[in-house]
Each structure stands twice: as C-alpha cells, then as structure tokens.
Design a protein around this ligand. Structure first.
Ligand SMILES: [Fe+2]
Length: 467
C-alpha cells in the first residue's frame, strides 16, 4: 500500500490520469440515467424475470489523498431489469452524507479510508466534523424487506428498491449496529441473514443474525478466542456453522499513525479457522499455514460431520503485501473435521481467478458449478474470461470473447431454464455490455449481448433479485 510521510496532512488530489484504478475500465461513471428496452444482439430469455444489481467503487468527484482499490470510492449501483425478453437500465450513486455534502460544493472534501485527515466543522458543519468517508460500495444484499448497499466493515446503507434512492444508514434492527462486512450470507432454507464484522478494538470479531422478517434474532455477539484485529473480507455458512478464516493480515494502527501501512501481512502467524456453531455452542478453532482469502464460493455440512468449504485461495494478499513474487490463486476445497481439528486443502484448479459464485439458491448446501472471473492465459493482464468449474467432474470451461474484460458472474434462474450473466467492458472503445449464457450450453457463447447505454465501470459484487 502507498504510504505518506504525514498521514494527518490535508490530502492533495490524486493523480487520476495515472492511477490504474481510476482509468480505463475503472474510470468512474458520473452520469446517472434511466434507459428502457436496451439494444441486444441475440435474444434475452423470455423466462428471466427479475433484476441484477451491482455495486462498485465509483468516486463521485476526483478523489483526494490515497485512493486504495478496492477500499475507496463512493458506491454506484447499476440495475438491469429483465422482463418479457427485454432489459431496462438505471444507475444511481449511493448518496452518503459525505457525497451529499460534496455535491453542494462540487468537489471532494473527504479523503480515502486510509487517510487520517478529517474535515472540521467550519467546512462541513458540526454533524460531519471529524468523520471519515462512508464507503457502501462493495456489495448489494436484499433481505427482510430491505435493499442494502454493503460496506467493507460498517453499517450498510438502505436503498429504495423502486428508484435506488439512498435512504440512509441501516442497522437491520440492531444486528448491524456495530457494522457488517460486505458479504453476509443468506440461508435459503431458514431465510436468515448471517453476518460478521471485524473491529479495530476488542472484541475484534462479532457475528449476528437477521431473521427472515428483518428483525434482529442474534445481536452482535463477540467471537470468543479472537485476539487481534484482522481484515477478514468474506465468510462461509453451513446449516451448522459460521465459518471464518482468520488470515494474518493485521491492522497496525501504530504504523498508520506514523505514515506506514495500516495493514501488515504476517505469515509467520499462520491462518486460524473458527467454526462458530449457529446454535451458540462453543467455537472450535483450528490452525494451519498462512494463506489469504478474499472470497468464498460456498460451504456445506459433509455427511460425515466434516465441514466442506470452497474458496479462492491466494498465496498472500497482493496489493496489501509485497513478498517479492506475484500472488497466485487457486480454487480450493477445504474439508474440516471439527472433532479432530484436521483440515485438508485440495486444489481443484490452479488459475488466476476471483469472484467465485454459485447458484445462490444452493447456498449452504452442496453445489456443482462454481463460476469465476479469470484469464485466457494466466499471468499479468486483465480478467478477460469467465471460468466455470464443475466440482463433480473436475471439468473447467472457459468463456471469452477476444478483447473483453469481464465482471463478477451471476447466476440467473429463469422460470424454465438457467443462465449465467456478467457485465463486460471493451477497453478498445470504452463500451460496456452484459452477456447472458445458457448454463447448460456454455460452449455456445452468449445467447444475448446487451449493449449498455453508457459505460459501466469494472466493479465488485452484485445480486440477482427475482420478481
Ligand atoms: Fe468482496
């Protein structure tokens, strides 16, 4: 991570033109539009009824200070609505109080999340003096009558499902009162939303549950045995357990206060795994060697009492540590035995991949297919392919149209057939699209390619919201 000599100094503008995550496919989109009946090549399936919403960092104004991807940027939600074989589009900023205040003056006031300078009351009024930028720019979750723009580790923002207008911070009846990470997990069997949050101070880690009706059924509960503040981006969920991987990416506030990196990779500490029984029973802890996880695909209870977890495993968190060689990733199936505290990690594929997704209806139960963004040729370069992994057969299918960069794939359940979809960007001409693939015929390539009416920057996570 970049450092600065004086982290408390008033931040200066970012050199936007030379920042890799503010240019090209990452260049922010500042225009909000609503366009119906988008142009399409091929045929949008007539049995697809619902909307795909996707969030991502998209600074409202050219940023100040350090701009650290994927932590910084204001949220922008893009929505593609499908009905009767046509697609409609709308995009809206997530308007935090910081964005609202900046829109009054027409430029950025707050710096990024790793900068320590904060504005005073003379500049932003007493209510916002001393605050840092809220960043609900990572994910979208619908649950309990709410539509939530999720932040990395903070309360989310509620959105109006009708027009995507920002409603304000949301605690979900207190379940997210101390915040939530961006990847809570919905249990389709119980209807519960299970979440965790990490904190800079004790108790360091909490978990909580939102009931199907949106009420809090488990308030933030400390994870006994958590002993330090770590960055933990995602969680896994089975019918029995909340599964947390505590990889050794440590928050070092003292270093940050003197201009160093706020996050420190300490592989000698290894990775700890917490199996947290959802019934509140004592937690089982396991220790293994150090690795890094951004995202889990899914987890489920094995028939023999084990816990099976599929995820993308990295050698270390590239961008947040420098170990002298490129970080590499692989698709791993971990089998964890709570009784013996043994863990086996089987590499199912070794590719540059991220954003693993499944058919979300199978969350917490055994799945067959995992989709990811990947590359035609592993190594440096953009994510120019989708890779699909059949966990039953070990087969690996690649989908790529030359020149395109792909976003997170999303499973699209039609009423008759099943599909996958993803946003695309074409760096050659700055256009964006959305491709739809038939799940049972990936080799066919897109059955529909929707031309987006304006550029949709490369972003992070989204959700399919069935009608
Ligand atoms: Fe994520």
């Amino acid at each position: 991570m970049p450092t600065t000599a004086d982290p408390f100094a008033r931040p200066t503008p970012v050199d936007v033109a030379h920042h890799s995550h503010l240019t090209g496919v990452f260049a922010p989109q500042r225009t909000e539009i609503s366009v119906d009946d988008l142009a399409v090549t091929g045929q949008i399936p007539a049995d697809l009824h619902g909307a795909y919403l996707r969030n991502g960092p998209n600074p409202r104004f050219d940023p100040l200070g350090r701009y650290v991807y994927p932590l910084d940027g204001d949220g922008m939600v893009h929505r593609l609505t499908f009905r009767e074989g046509r697609a409609d589009y709308v995009n809206r900023f997530v308007r935090t109080p910081m964005v609202v205040e900046e829109e009054k003056v027409g430029h950025a006031i707050w710096p990024g999340v790793t900068d320590l300078w904060t504005p005073d009351a003379d500049e932003v009024g007493p209510a916002l003096a001393g605050t840092t930028r809220d960043l609900p720019d990572i994910n979208i979750v619908r649950h309990g009558g709410r539509l939530l723009a999720m932040a990395e580790s903070a309360p989310p923002y509620g959105l109006n499902p009708a027009d995507l207008a920002t409603l304000g911070r949301e605690t979900c009846d207190g379940a997210m009162a101390v915040g939530s990470t961006a990847h809570p997990k919905l249990d389709p069997t119980t209807g519960e939303l299970v979440l965790f949050n990490y904190l800079l101070e004790a108790p360091y880690l909490t978990w909580a549950v939102v009931a199907p009706d949106g009420t809090c059924s488990r308030p933030p509960t400390p994870v006994a045995g958590a002993t330090q503040s770590l960055m933990i981006h995602d969680m896994a969920l089975t019918p029995t357990y909340v599964v947390l991987f505590l990889c050794p990416l440590v928050f070092d506030i003292a270093a940050a206060m003197t201009g160093g990196s706020v996050l420190d990779w300490r592989p000698d500490a290894g990775t700890r795994i917490a199996l947290i029984p959802r019934d509140g029973s004592p937690i089982t802890w396991l220790d293994t060697d150090a690795f890094w996880v951004w995202h889990f695909a899914n987890a489920f209870d094995g028939t023999d009492g084990t816990v099976v977890v599929d995820y993308v495993e990295w050698t270390y968190p590239g961008g947040f540590a420098d170990v002298g060689q490129p970080a590499t990733s692989r698709l791993v199936r971990a089998t964890i035995d709570p009784a013996t505290r043994d863990i086996t990690r089987d590499a199912r594929a070794s590719h540059d991949i991220e954003f693993p997704r499944i058919d979300d209806r199978l969350s917490t139960s055994e799945h067959r297919w995992i989709s990811t963004v990947g590359k035609v040729d592993d190594g440096p370069g953009p994510m120019n392919a989708l890779r699909f992994f059949d966990m039953n057969t070990g087969a690996d299918q690649l989908v790529a149209e030359p020149g395109l960069v792909y976003g997170e794939p999303i499973f699209l359940p039609g009423t008759k057939n099943e599909y996958w979809g993803a946003f695309t960007n074409d760096p050659r001409d700055g256009t964006s699209g959305f491709v739809i693939l038939a799940a049972d015929d990936l080799d066919h390539g897109p059955i529909a390619e929707i031309a987006m009416p304006q550029r949709v920057p490369a972003g992070l996570h989204g959700a399919w919201l069935a009608d």
